[in-house]
Design a protein around this ligand. Structure first.
Ligand code: FES
Ligand code: FES
Length: 173
């Protein structure tokens, strides 16, 4: 079986994987990262979204072998020093979840969205998150949360967004 090396939430893992193993199953079943849920398993819902080398990716649509040599950040890797990431804080403050099933993926996708557009309009948030489905909230509070996080992150420059550089540092330490 192929052997891969992958950094997940700042920790480097070496794993033997079947070529057909999906990244989301590596994360959940082998590494215990159950904070990343499986919704549809077909690339439609976005619940399984993580960042792969700093960009959001639906981990049910990526083979584990494709993540060889990469840095993956899940929702479990966002908090720093006991504090949530501003996007997590904003989702909490705006009550941007009900059942919470979509929330990890929504948060990871929203962080990536702000990387390209640090001050998105409501329309831009809705467009940017169209690959992430929520069956509960109607999206209004999610959009508010993303814009609240954008405002907070522009007000207080922070270093807590996941990214390739940060992942490399964490993996090397
Ligand atoms: S579980 Fe991956 S997109 Fe739905
Ligand atoms: S909060 Fe239930 S699916 Fe989004």
């Amino acid at each position: 079986m192929p052997r891969i090396t992958v950094s997940v939430d700042g920790v480097t893992y070496e794993e033997e994987v079947e070529p057909r193993l999906l990244l989301v199953h590596l994360l959940r079943d082998r590494l215990g990262k159950t904070g990343t849920p499986v919704g549809c398993d077909t690339g439609n819902c976005g619940a399984c979204t993580v960042t792969l080398d700093g960009r959001s990716a639906k981990s049910c649509s990526v083979l584990a072998v494709q993540a060889d040599g990469s840095e993956v950040v899940t929702v479990e890797g966002l908090a720093r020093d006991g504090r949530w990431h501003p996007m997590q804080e904003a989702f909490h403050a705006e009550h941007a979840l009900q059942c919470g099933y979509c929330t990890p993926g929504m948060i990871m996708a929203a962080i990536d969205l702000l990387r390209d557009d640090p001050d998105p309009s409501e329309e831009a948030v809705r467009r940017g998150l169209e690959g992430n489905l929520c069956r509960c909230t109607g999206y209004t509070n999610i959009v508010r949360a993303v814009r609240r996080a954008a405002a907070e992150m522009s007000r207080v420059p922070h270093e807590r967004a996941p990214g390739a550089a940060e992942g490399r540092e964490a993996a090397a330490s």
